[in-house]
Structures are given as C-alpha cells and as structure tokens.
Design a protein around this ligand. Structure first.
Ligand SMILES: *Cc1c(COP(=O)(O)O)cnc(C)c1O
Length: 235
C-alpha cells in the first residue's frame, strides 16, 4: 500500500472511531474531552505509527517494552508514549524514561521495584494498577480485593504516583457483556478514592479496546486503548 493511501485509510478510520467516541460520551452526558484515545501501535511499523501525530493522535501505546524502545527511538518528538502491557523488572530502567504513563502495574513486586528505580532518578512516574476485574485465570493484575489490600502500601509510595486503574475485559461477541467488568473497575476506583490521598489521584480508568470501547466510555473510561479499529491490515 502506498504511504498516501495508508494515510487516507488511517484518517477515515480515525474519523469513524472519533464519531463513535463522541456518540458514546453524548449518550451518558460526558464531555468528549474527558476521554483520551491511546492508539495501540503494536501491530504496525514505526512508519505507520509515525503518521498519527499529524492526524491529531499523539498518545501512542505499546504492549511490549522492547517494541516501545524501538519505536520511541524514532518517534519521540510530538509523541506521548504509554506502556499498556506487562513490564518485566529488568526492563524498568530503560522503559521509565520513555513513557508518560505505565498502565500495567500488575504486581506488588513490580510496584516496589518501580518505586526503587524512580527514587534513584528523582523523577516521579505516573502509573495505573492493572486489575483483573473479569476473574479470568489467564489475566494479569490485582484482583479487586487485592487492590483494596494494597491501598495502605500506596500511601507510603513517594515516587510512583498512582493515577487510577486499568483493566482488560474478557473477549465477548456482545460488547454489552463487558459492562459489569467496567462497572467493577469504576466501583473499585470510587471505593479506593476514600482510602488513598495525595500524591495519588485516582482519576483515571483505562478500559475499552476495539471491541468494547463504547461500553467502557459509558461506564467512565478516561483512557481507551485502540489498535485493531485503526490498524487492521496496515503494514
Ligand atoms: C493490543 C492491546 C490493545 C488494543 O486492542 P484492540 O482490540 O486491537 O483495539 C489494548 N490494550 C492492550 C493491553 C493491548 O495489548
């Protein structure tokens, strides 16, 4: 596919996603500005990912640290990087300086290791706790009960600032069936807001992917992570 064709395909898909985001916000009386689109570029080349900023999308996400390093080496100006997948502790040092937000803090061990690392560099990092809200054994993350248990420890962190929660719903043919998972995440956030104070501000809910982002927005998502709807079939 020619570069100019790829650009016009991407532009059309962005308009379609944007229209669906706006409609979902409208249905529940939320301003569109409450929801940030994070384009998950894991299936496309750095060349295709590089077309996004000029189309108005500056928040890009990767699920694998090495792929994020690779793309961020080429695309840094004008791009805000998000890590949305599992972070191994031996990759913290190289990843933290590149990203604005880590969506996927999925264990206490990782959280403690991040706190250690960031203490040494004297620059705070924003992160979300990944929650297994759908109850599937295959999913990473804290169960909602574990997250409530971790709350007192959060209050001792100085350098990792917890900004909210992330979840992945089970894959469902019918997106409506993801609604309880998203509602669980919102309820958890509301409960923990009463237990956790500054420097943490639990304002973010990172939930909703291609299959289910409209339901997630209706349930309070502030960050949606979208790959397939934008990039399917692109190189
Ligand atoms: C791949 C990925 C996405 C994007 O999923 P799509 O269904 O392609 O939109 C979102 N979040 C995470 C954590 C991912 O790994």
């Amino acid at each position: 596919m020619l570069q100019s064709n790829i650009r016009s395909v991407l532009r059309d898909r962005l308009h379609a996603v944007e229209a669906r985001l706006r409609a979902a916000c409208q249905r529940v009386g939320r301003p569109r500005g409450d929801v940030t689109l994070v384009a998950v570029t894991k299936t496309v080349s750095v060349e295709v990912a590089g077309l996004l900023p000029e189309l108005g999308v500056v928040n890009l996400g990767e699920s694998r640290p090495q792929e994020l390093w690779h793309k961020a080496a080429t695309l840094s100006a004008g791009v805000t990087w998000h890590l949305v997948g599992h972070l191994q502790r031996n990759k913290i040092e190289r990843t933290v300086p590149l990203v604005r937000l880590i969506h996927s803090v999925d264990s206490l061990r990782l959280l403690e290791a991040l706190e250690q690392d960031v203490r040494q560099r004297q620059r705070p990092i924003d992160a979300l706790l990944e929650i297994n809200a759908s109850g599937e054994a295959s999913k990473h993350g804290f169960t909602p009960q574990e997250a409530v248990g971790v709350a007192p420890r959060l209050q001792e962190l100085q350098h990792v600032h917890i900004r909210g929660f992330m979840t992945m719903a089970a894959h469902e043919e019918e997106p409506e069936r993801c609604r309880p998972t998203f509602a669980t995440l919102r309820n958890l956030r509301d409960v923990l807001r009463g237990k956790v104070g500054p420097p943490h501000r639990l304002e973010h809910l990172s939930m909703g992917m291609t299959n289910d982002f409209e339901v997630a927005v209706e349930e309070g998502a502030t960050l949606v992570r979208i790959g397939t709807a934008l990039f399917e079939g692109l190189p």
